[in-house]
Ligand binder design. Structure first.
Ligand SMILES: C[S@@+](CC[C@H](N)C(=O)[O-])C[C@H]1O[C@@H](n2cnc3c(N)ncnc32)[C@H](O)[C@@H]1O
Length: 180
């Protein structure tokens, strides 16, 4: 994901000072790695786990990058969550984890039914959403994420394996662009 971002600087809203939000950031590793590259804009990690946010914040402070890399505790499905809009939205394994948990939004909706709306809410026009999944195929991810406004832009190529005459990759990353 980091290489993809660096390789695509200059496309859509991917710039060195782009604002980035990482949904379900865990220990914030992806953002710390990103900050090591050309990306020097505001990087924000969101997680509903208090422990994750505390750990990631401690790492940011201990490594002296807290001016650039910050963390907030929030439930991304909460209507009260309004962090503003970002140039880039990242998801590494978060949709996977939430969908596998079987969690229902408002007690009734599947995560896959509402996830694109969460992304659109926090993504600027012409912004890029980059997601990596080990659980969904490329076709499934496109079906979950694409809307009239969010369209697949590029994919990251990973090594492909063959089993039983069927070809596939164990991991899938897709970038989407928000049109308006
Ligand atoms: C599989 S982990 C991925 C962590 C990180 N992206 C990584 O690649 O290491 C999923 C993360 O999503 C967080 N998470 C799950 N549901 C969430 C929600 N509704 N709002 C915010 N974060 C959530 C979990 O606490 C967990 O840290």
């Amino acid at each position: 994901m980091i290489d993809f971002m660096v390789d695509n600087i200059g496309a859509h809203r991917i710039t060195e000072d782009a604002s980035v939000v990482d949904l379900g950031t865990g220990n914030g590793h992806l953002l710390f790695e990103l900050h090591e590259t050309e990306f020097q804009g505001k990087l924000v990690g969101i997680d509903y786990s208090e422990e994750s946010v505390r750990l990631a914040t401690n790492i940011a402070e201990a490594t002296g990058v807290d001016e650039f890399v910050g963390f907030e505790q929030a439930d991304i499905f909460s209507p009260d969550w309004s962090p503003g809009k970002f140039d880039i939205v990242l998801d590494k394994g978060t949709l996977d984890a939430i969908s596998l948990s079987g969690m229902k939004i408002n007690g009734e909706l599947d995560v896959v039914e509402v996830y694109a709306g969460v992304v659109e809410k926090v993504l600027e026009k012409d912004g890029v959403f980059l997601i990596t999944s080990c659980n969904f195929t490329q076709e499934e991810l496109v079906q979950i994420i694409e809307t009239n406004n969010l369209k697949m832009w590029k994919t990251i190529n990973y090594p492909v394996f063959q089993f039983g005459g069927v070809q596939g990759a164990t991991i899938c990353s897709i970038a989407f662009v928000k049109r308006s």
